[in-house]
Structure formats: C-alpha cells, structure tokens
Design a protein around this ligand. Structure first.
Ligand code: AKG
Length: 272
C-alpha cells in the first residue's frame, strides 16, 4: 500500500501533563518509524510487564466535531446493532477464514482528519506490511451502555488503537479467567489509547454499562497522562455522568483480499 498521507506532519501532544496544551511535539514525516516510536515512549502507561500507551488530545476539537458529523451522516444501512449499541464497520468485512475483503477507508479517516496515517506515524503498526490501520469499527455508546469483557481475536495484528470522541469511558482490562478488572484506564474525549502484546492477546477488556463513573471507586493506571482537567476530576474522586461516546477502534488485518468486482450481466434478449 502506498502512503500518500505521510507527507503531513503529525502533532503528538506533550507527554508531560504539567505543560500547556499548546506545547506540542511535532513528528514530521521524516521521523515516521523509529523516531515516532521513540516519541511514543513519553505516553507509555506504567503497567509493569504490559504495553499500553495513552495520548490525550490526539485529535483537535474541530477534527472531533468533523468526525462526529461524518459518523452521524453515514448512510442508515451502514449502522448495525449489537447488544443494544450501534456500530459501523469501515475498511471491509472479514471472510469466514479471517481475511479482510478490502473496501477503501473513507477520506474522513485518511485525509481530513488524517486519523489513520496519524496513527501509523506513531510507529505502532510498523511490524505490519500496511504500517497503518486498514480496519475501523465505530461504536456508539449511549449513557448506560457498555461492552462485555472480550478479546479482539486472532484476525487482527495484536495491537489496537482506539480513539474516543465526545464522551469519556473507563476501560477495564481483565487477566485471563478473571472477571475483576486488573487495570483500568480513563479514556477522555479526543484521546487515543494503544494496547499491544499480552494486554491484547491475553487480557480481555470491558466497559461497564453505567450511567455514571465514580472515580473514587477506581484506580486509574493512566492518571499521570490525563489532561489536567480530567486528572483533577479523577483525583478529587468525583462522579461523572456519561455522555454519548463514539469510539473508533483501529486495527490491522494483514490477510487481505480484493473485493470481487460486481459482475454486470450483459443485456441480451435471451430468455432468463
Ligand atoms: O469502544 C471501545 O473503546 C472498545 C470497542 C471494542 O472493544 C471493540 O470494538 O471490540
């Protein structure tokens, strides 16, 4: 796959919560790969033995608004319902043998905003031939909705990058065979969370079906990486009402197949 979008610079926000949000670390296209991966170190979530990264303000407020508009204006047929919540699948469908029957991702994921190549520039998908996600699931959660503990399975390269829009979530990670969360992360609007390695392959993840989150009752592993406002809210142990949340789960399916061109039957006068 060629990477026409890598000419745009990716701005990663400062890993230090004490710096103002205007202090950004710019990752020009020339540093995509090893350089970008090194920059990612500052966003590492301190969970011993496990690999996860949290980047607040991965998209701007304007980009968030545009993405939400695009999600909302998708054709009705694009929406499906699963366990009460709505979702859209972009990039194609998985075949029974877990190959992706490829459909191009829409420009609102690849051009403006360049979410998909921007994720690629973090370096997290450098171990794949694609270098950036080719499959995106949009999930919409209304207050009171969550997602059961599950693993993402072997169809995907074992790394997932999830962008959170509009509302927050608390994501729990469960060790094998345990229903009690081992680790929890606050996903604030416009943030990107990346999980990889054992956290992807061995742990399951879930979001409680709740109307509000009580930060006095949860220990957040990414507290130090949160933007100041959310960090203070969590530190004060406040309870925060859920808003509608839209998430973009971005992954790579390495086994791909081209969609077969639709066969247009030639017009004839022959009987059917
Ligand atoms: O909404 C999220 O952040 C998680 C979505 C998820 O786990 C999935 O689509 O499999």
């Amino acid at each position: 796959m060629d990477s026409p979008h890598l000419t745009t610079a990716a701005a990663l926000p400062s890993p230090s919560p004490s710096e103002s949000s205007s202090d950004t670390v710019t990752v020009p296209s020339a540093t995509v790969g090893a350089g970008a991966a090194a920059d990612l170190e500052g966003f590492r979530i301190p969970i011993p033995g496990l690999e996860a990264f949290y980047i607040p303000e991965f998209v701007t407020a304007e980009e968030e608004e545009y993405l939400l508009r695009k999600v909302d204006s998708a054709p009705k047929a694009k929406w499906r319902t699963l366990n009460g919540r709505r979702l859209q699948v972009w990039g194609g469908e998985l075949s029974p043998s877990n190959a992706l029957i490829v459909q191009p991702l829409p420009p609102w994921l690849t051009e403006y905003p360049d979410v998909v190549p921007r994720i690629g520039r973090t370096g997290i998908f450098d171990g794949t031939w694609l270098k950036m996600p080719n499959h995106v699931i949009v999930n919409e959660y209304l207050p009171g909705q969550g997602i059961f503990a599950h693993k993402d399975g072997p169809a995907y390269y074992p790394t997932v990058a999830t962008l959170t829009l509009q509302g927050h979530a608390v994501m729990h990670y469960h060790a094998p065979l345990s229903s009690t969360p081992a680790h929890s992360l606050l996903l604030e609007p416009r943030s990107l969370v990346i999980t990889t390695g054992e956290l992807y392959t061995e742990y399951s993840h879930s979001i409680d079906a709740a109307e509000k989150d009580d930060f006095a009752a949860v220990e957040l592993q990414n507290l130090a990486l949160l933007s100041a406002e959310w960090r203070e809210t969590a530190e004060r142990g406040e309870t925060v009402e859920r808003q509608k949340r839209v998430s973009l789960t971005c992954r790579v399916v390495e086994r791909t197949r081209k969609a077969l061109a639709t066969y247009a039957r030639p017009k004839t006068n022959a009987p059917e």
